[in-house]
Design a protein around this ligand. Structure first.
Ligand code: ADQ
Length: 489
């Protein structure tokens, strides 16, 4: 059957994101090795059965020569990936500059780094020009591969200019855009010199999606206040054309985590971790090392807890696993040394010859090791200063069906809206409140833990990544059909 390929014809989905879900390493002039990086988006889309997904994005490497580009394109085609080639200068201005230095902090309410403020203001125009140019390059590649009937799904703040470029190519393209970060209050968005251009471009999409209702509301009010357009319960209207705006909270592939816990190697790992930390309660933080994740705030709150609760000092350990990201950006290097400095100070203060209160790892863990860690954890600490959703909190809940540990969750993570009833919600800026919630979590009765866990576990296992992707794409289909009917009337 495989040879005959008797599968029914399926609608094609072109997923456009800044990065392709692969890491590419050049092995020779015309040879590449590729490894699929199984992020949330990849697993979400693998689960969408009625679509045949293709990925379009940057492979994360500079390939200046034609031989290398051809070879990489061919290798990627086997993984259903299509590359967009960006040169070093564009990557510097568009990705490091406009995306990571301007949009990322702004959308997370962090503002620009103080010392960069003037320099960024000066380079703003050139970075925005590079951003538009890069988005146009993505659009060119989409247009080359587009076939009538395809659904085009654009992702994230890197590609806000893309919907407009695509519709200029072909107004009949079905285009959706989804933002993985928060969309900030219109008062923040209006400080962006390119505020109107970005909003207008996103509005060219047929469907615009956010993780939460609040982000969708902020977007609609930015359109009404900045562009003077009309906001309706359905979205934003501009001269009779409606852009549908709605919340589509992402989820995880919960079954993948639950099944992994049964594997012998994961069970073995769980056993080792239990032995290693016997007699101590395990608290866990898993984050990308980014300022939005509030890692220094989390560690300071843990210090406060140890300071105020001396009887707990040798009975609890905090494991903080932080994957370094954007390591060439000075601000991120500063954050790394700040975290190391705080951890060193606290371990010096409360450690003994045989044990330290904080184990901090600057690296990524493989999937099985991560599942084992989630499973042995008594209290997970998510203290994001802002976070679009935060999938770590979902993954922890999925792995806790036997332990029923407690989730301490920042009220500024999108996940607070879905897991808030089961978690202890905190303001991460208030380290006294977080320290108190650590005590509350460690001393919570088994009945209370069971009740809270049940609430969150049901949510995580029913609102999955697959369901998220399916809902978005079918809503996009419906939106386009309704718009056609409206114009015919
Ligand atoms: P991220 O900011 O990357 O995602 P998050 O949603 O928590 O944040 O996802 C992180 C993923 O990376 C998780 O799957 C986690 O397991 C993995 N990870 C993190 N640290 C790790 C480590 N040390 N080792 C191994 N794996 C690690 C962005 C937005 C979020 C939004 C997602 C999805 O910032 O708010 O939830 O996209 O839309």
């Amino acid at each position: 059957y495989e040879k005959l390929d008797v599968r029914p014809l399926r609608q094609r989905l072109l997923v456009v994101a800044n990065r392709l879900p692969v890491s590419a390493v050049r092995r020779g002039e015309d040879s590449w090795s590729l490894e699929i990086s199984a992020g949330g988006l990849v697993t979400a889309l693998l689960g969408v059965k009625e679509f045949e997904a293709r990925w379009i994005g940057w492979a994360g490497v500079n390939v200046p020569d034609e031989v290398g580009q051809k070879a990489l394109t061919k290798a990627l085609a086997e993984k259903r990936c299509i590359p967009v080639f960006l040169d070093e200068e564009i990557v510097h201005q568009y990705y490091n500059g406009y995306c990571n230095n301007i949009l990322w902090p702004l959308f997370h309410y962090l503002g620009l780094p103080q010392e960069d403020r003037l320099a960024t203001t000066r380079s703003f125009q050139s970075q925005f020009a590079a951003y538009k140019k890069a988005n146009q390059m993505f659009a060119d590649v989409v247009n080359q591969h587009y076939e009538e009937g395809d659904v085009v799904w654009c992702h994230d703040y890197h590609l806000m200019y893309l919907p407009k470029c695509l519709k200029e190519y072909n107004n009949n393209m079905k285009v959706g855009w989804f933002l993985h970060t928060p969309f900030p209050s219109s008062e923040i968005h209006r400080t962006l010199p390119s505020r109107s251009d970005l909003l207008r471009s996103v509005l060219a999409a047929d469907l615009v999606g956010f993780h939460t209702y609040d982000y969708a509301r902020h977007f609609v009010s930015a359109c009404t206040r900045i562009l003077g357009l009309e906001g309706t319960p359905e979205g934003v209207e501009d001269q009779g054309r409606l852009t549908r705006v709605a919340a589509f909270p992402i989820g995880i592939d919960s079954d993948r985590f639950i099944r992994a816990l049964e594997l012998p190697q994961v069970q073995e790992h769980i056993k080792e971790l239990k032995e290693r930390f016997a007699g101590r309660k395990v608290m866990l933080g898993v984050d990308r090392l980014d300022m939005i994740k509030g890692i220094p705030q989390k560690i300071l709150a843990f210090e406060k807890f140890l300071e105020e609760n001396s009887i707990w000092r040798d009975k609890v350990v905090l494991l903080q696993i932080a994957v370094p990201t954007r390591t060439d950006v000075p601000e991120y290097q500063k954050l790394t040394s700040q975290v190391h400095e705080i951890v060193g100070r606290i371990n010096g203060r409360f450690g003994t010859l045989t044990a330290v209160p904080i184990h901090h790892l600057d690296r990524s863990l493989d999937f099985h090791a991560l599942c084992a860690l989630y499973a042995v954890t008594d209290v997970a600490l998510v203290t994001s200063l802002r976070d679009g959703m935060n999938l770590v909190s979902y993954e922890f809940v999925a792995c806790q069906d036997s332990k029923k540990g407690v989730l301490i969750l920042s009220e500024f993570a999108g996940a607070a809206q879905s897991l808030g009833a089961g978690a202890i919600l905190v303001n991460p800026w208030n380290i006294t409140e977080v320290a108190d919630s650590i005590l509350q979590a460690l001393t919570m009765s088994p009945e209370e833990r069971e009740k809270r866990h049940r609430h969150n576990f049901v949510h995580v296992t029913t609102h999955t990544a697959q369901e998220w992707a399916e809902t978005f794409v079918s809503e996009l289909d419906d939106t386009v059909i309704e718009a056609k009917l409206r114009t015919k009337q």
